[in-house]
Write a protein that binds this ligand. Structure first.
Ligand SMILES: NC(=O)c1ccc[n+]([C@@H]2O[C@H](COP(=O)([O-])OP(=O)(O)OC[C@H]3O[C@@H](n4cnc5c(N)ncnc54)[C@H](OP(=O)(O)O)[C@@H]3O)[C@@H](O)[C@H]2O)c1
Length: 156
């Protein structure tokens, strides 16, 4: 099963200014909806509070600190060939060793600080660009689709 991390980021790798921010700056919501419709989308409890409305018509799995990613994915893979992990940073980190693809849309913003793509973890991934998609209706916004070859950090 493909486990696709999908996220909007700033140019310096943040996904929100802080954990409670409702990310109104993202301009790729239409693409997110199109790509995830009909699929399972895994989100953290914080993120769920910020984007519930946007997640209709998807099988949403809301996780918390006690959730076991292995169990969740083993169950899903009985019936699905792909699922999405859609943040936030703590949730992305929880699923890191299972992520097969990254769909990232860098936005022309710099925050300097905030919630990192993988929270505050020092992650090194070996990735390969497979495809780019222009975000319709937004000038110069591109989603980059990468395949994850492996994680460099053995602790993850
Ligand atoms: N730019 C984007 O595309 C994008 C996408 C998604 C989210 N976001 C933003 O990301 C932010 C939320 O990210 P986040 O990383 O703070 O939250 P999150 O991943 O959505 O949720 C927090 C997760 O971490 C768990 N947790 C909290 N404290 C913990 C601890 N001490 N030890 C272990 N697990 C713990 C929570 O469980 P409990 O419920 O048990 O506390 C929950 O599962 C929001 O501002 C959201 O808008 C942006």
């Amino acid at each position: 099963m493909r486990v696709i991390l999908i996220c909007a980021t700033t140019l310096d790798g943040f996904i929100a200014r802080d954990s409670n921010e409702i990310t109104k700056w993202t301009k790729d919501l239409r693409l997110f909806k199109k790509q995830t419709i009909g699929s399972t989308v895994i989100v953290g409890s914080k993120t769920y509070k910020t984007i519930q409305k946007e997640l209709k018509n998807r099988n949403i799995v809301v996780i918390n600190r006690n959730s076991d990613p292995t169990r969740i994915l083993n169950k899903l893979k009985e019936t699905e060939d792909k699922c999405f992990v859609a943040g936030g940073g703590k949730t992305n980190l929880k699923f890191i060793k299972y992520i097969t693809d990254l769909y990232l849309t860098p936005h022309p913003l710099i925050f300097g600080d905030g919630v990192g793509l993988f929270d505050k973890a020092k992650i090194e991934l070996n990735i390969e660009l497979k495809k780019t998609i222009k975000v319709k209706g937004v000038d110069n916004l591109i989603q980059y689709q990468y395949i994850v070859n492996n994680i460099q950090n053995p602790e993850y």
